[in-house]
Design a protein around this ligand. Structure first.
Ligand SMILES: [Zn+2]
Length: 485
C-alpha cells in the first residue's frame, strides 16, 4: 500500500489507551495503523510526540453578530487559524438567526463566511425567532443539509424564546433526530438583579458576576431538562458554570434523560475576582454565565472526571477591549452595556492538557474524549474524532513536555488580550492536519485560505440513552392515545 503521508513512531493516544506506532494516510483518510509502516511520500517523525485525533471545537462564535449587532473580532480565517494552532482539526461555530431573519438566508450568509476557513467546519443554528415557517420548513431543510443541532437561549431579551418556543424547537428537533443546545439562565432573575444593582449605583464590571446568580443557572437548567423530557427530546446544556447545575444534569442523566453537557476552561481557570481588576480591566473577564469561585472549580473538575460533561469547549466570543468590542457603547459604561464573552479557542486544549493531564486531574485518554471523540458522537461528526482506518486524517501531534508562559504575542486570533496571559503551561500541539493536509507544521502556518470544507452531520447517537415518554404521552396510560403522532 502506498501512502501520501506516514506519521512515524508517535505515541498514539485514543480514548482506549496509548500505543506506539505509525499512521498511514491516503487521500485525506487514515488507511493504516501499525507498529511500522514503510513508505509515504511525506514522512512526519513523531518520536517523543503524542499523536491524537485533532480537536473538534464545538462552541465558538466566529464572524457572528451579537443580538445587539456587535461583530466578533475573528472571522473564519483568523478563527480557524487560531483553532488550528490550538490543536483543532475542525470546528462547529454558530450560525445565528436574528429576529425576523429567515434561516435559509442565515445559512447562505454563513456559507459565504465559512468559505475562508483553513480547517473543516459545520454550524449549529441559533434560533431566536421560531416562526411557523422556521419550525415547519426551514429547520427540517437545515437538518437535511446536515445541520443537526439547534441552539436556543433562555436569557437575553432579544434571544430568549420562552418555554413555549423551546417546546416547539425541541419537538421539531426530536422528530428529525436533532439535538437542542441551550444557554440556561433565568432571564427574569438576571433582570431583577440588574435593577437591584442599578438602584444602588453598583455598575462596575465586578457586579456583572453578582447580577447573574448561580441560582439563575440552576433554575434554568432544571427547567430546560423538564421541557426536554416533556418533548422526549435530546438536550445539550452549554457552558455549565455551577456545581448545582452540574449536579442536576448528573442526576437527570442517571435517571435516563437524553441529556449532554459541557463546561469551559474559563470556569476552571478564572474566578469572579478577575472582574475586580482595576479600572475597566475587569470588562475583559465578562462572560455569561459569569466566572464563579475556586470551590466551583473543584466541583466542575469532579464532574469532568465522572463523565457529566462530554466536552470542555472554549465558548470563544472574541470582542476586543476597544470600541469595536467590549466598549462599543463607550468606555465608562455600566456593566450591562459591555459586550459579553472572551476569547479562548487557541488555549482550550493546551490549557486542558496542562491543568488536566499534566497536573494529574484527568488521564490522557479522558483528554482525548473531552477534546474530540465524545462530542464527535454527540454532534454526529461520523468521520471525525477518532484515529482508525477509514476516518478523516484529522490529527494533532503534540509536544507533551514543552513549558511556556502564555502571551498575547503568541496568539493567532484578532484579539488585543488573552484572559490566560501570564499562565504557565506544559505541552502544546506542534503539527495539525485536517483531512491529511498539514495546516500547522511544527508551529508554522502552512495552510491555504479556504482549504477547510463544510461537513454535514448525522443525528445524535442515542445508544444507551433511550429517554422515556412522559405519562401524558404514553399510549399505555389511558390518556396518551390522542396526543401521539
Ligand atoms: Zn457561546
Amino acid at each position: 500500500m502506498s501512502f501520501d503521508t506516514v506519521i512515524h513512531d508517535g505515541l498514539i493516544a485514543t480514548t482506549e489507551g496509548v500505543t506506539t506506532g505509525d499512521i498511514g494516510i491516503t487521500d485525506g483518510r487514515i488507511t493504516a495503523m501499525a507498529e511500522k509502516l514503510p513508505g509515504g511520500t511525506r514522512r512526519i517523525d513523531a518520536g517523543g510526540r503524542v499523536v491524537m485525533p485533532g480537536g473538534i471545537e464545538t462552541h465558538a462564535h466566529i464572524a457572528q453578530e451579537s443580538s445587539s449587532g456587535v461583530m466578533t473580532a475573528d472571522d473564519y480565517l483568523s478563527g480557524s487559524i487560531s483553532a488550528a494552532f490550538g490543536g483543532n482539526s475542525s470546528f462547529i461555530p454558530f450560525a445565528a438567526q436574528q429576529r425576523g431573519e429567515s434561516v435559509d438566508d442565515v445559512l447562505k450568509t454563513y456559507h459565504a463566511r465559512g468559505a475562508r476557513s483553513v480547517i473543516d467546519y459545520s454550524y449549529h443554528l441559533i434560533i431566536s425567532d421560531p416562526t411557523q415557517k422556521v419550525l415547519a420548513e426551514e429547520l427540517p431543510r437545515a437538518f437535511a443539509r446536515g445541520i443537526t443541532s439547534f441552539k436556543v437561549f433562555m436569557t437575553y431579551d432579544l434571544m430568549n424564546i420562552g418555554d413555549g418556543g423551546m417546546l416547539d424547537i425541541l419537538t421539531v428537533a426530536r422528530k428529525h433526530g436533532a439535538i437542542t443546545m441551550v444557554h440556561a439562565e433565568n432571564n427574569e432573575m438576571v433582570k431583577w438583579m440588574n435593577r437591584q444593582l442599578a438602584d444602588r449605583g453598583l455598575t462596575a464590571p465586578r457586579y456583572h458576576a453578582i447580577s447573574r446568580p448561580e441560582l439563575a443557572e440552576q433554575e434554568a437548567i432544571n427547567r430546560a431538562v423538564q421541557l426536554a423530557k416533556l418533548a422526549d427530546a435530546t438536550l445539550f446544556v452549554v457552558h455549565v458554570s455551577t456545581e448545582g447545575g452540574a449536579d442536576i444534569i448528573r442526576r437527570e442523566q442517571f435517571n435516563g434523560a437524553k441529556l449532554f453537557a459541557e463546561t469551559c476552561p474559563q470556569y476552571l481557570s478564572l474566578t469572579r475576582d478577575d472582574l475586580d481588576r482595576p479600572g475597566m480591566e475587569g470588562a475583559k473577564y465578562i462572560c455569561s454565565p459569569p466566572l464563579r469561585d475556586a470551590a466551583t472549580q473543584d466541583a466542575l473538575w469532579h464532574h469532568i472526571r465522572m463523565g457529566t460533561f462530554v466536552g470542555v469547549h472554549s465558548d470563544h466570543a472574541p470582542y476586543r477591549a476597544d470600541e469595536t468590542g467590549k466598549f462599543v457603547n463607550g468606555f465608562d459604561v455600566p456593566y450591562p452595556k459591555l459586550a459579553n464573552g472572551m476569547p479562548g479557542i487557541a488555549l482550550r486544549l493546551p490549557w486542558l492538557f496542562s491543568e488536566g493531564v499534566v497536573a494529574g486531574r484527568i488521564t490522557l485518554e479522558q483528554f482525548v474524549g473531552l477534546s474530540s471523540t465524545n462530542t464527535a458522537k454527540v454532534f454526529g461528526c461520523t468521520t471525525k474524532g477518532r484515529l482508525a482506518p477509514g476516518m478523516d486524517a484529522d490529527i494533532a501531534i503534540w509536544d507533551p513536555e514543552t513549558r511556556y508562559t502564555v502571551t498575547l504575542a503568541d496568539q493567532h486570533d484578532n484579539m488585543d488580550y488573552t484572559p490566560l496571559d501570564g499562565h504557565d503551561l506544559t505541552g502544546r500541539p506542534e503539527t495539525v492536519l485536517t483531512r491529511g493536509a498539514v495546516v500547522v507544521d511544527k508551529g508554522t502556518l502552512v495552510a491555504r485560505e479556504g482549504q477547510g470544507q463544510f461537513f454535514g452531520r448525522a443525528p445524535v447517537d442515542l445508544r444507551a440513552r433511550p429517554g422515556a415518554m412522559v405519562k401524558e404521552f404514553d399510549p399505555a396510560q389511558n390518556f396518551g392515545a390522542e396526543l401521539r403522532g
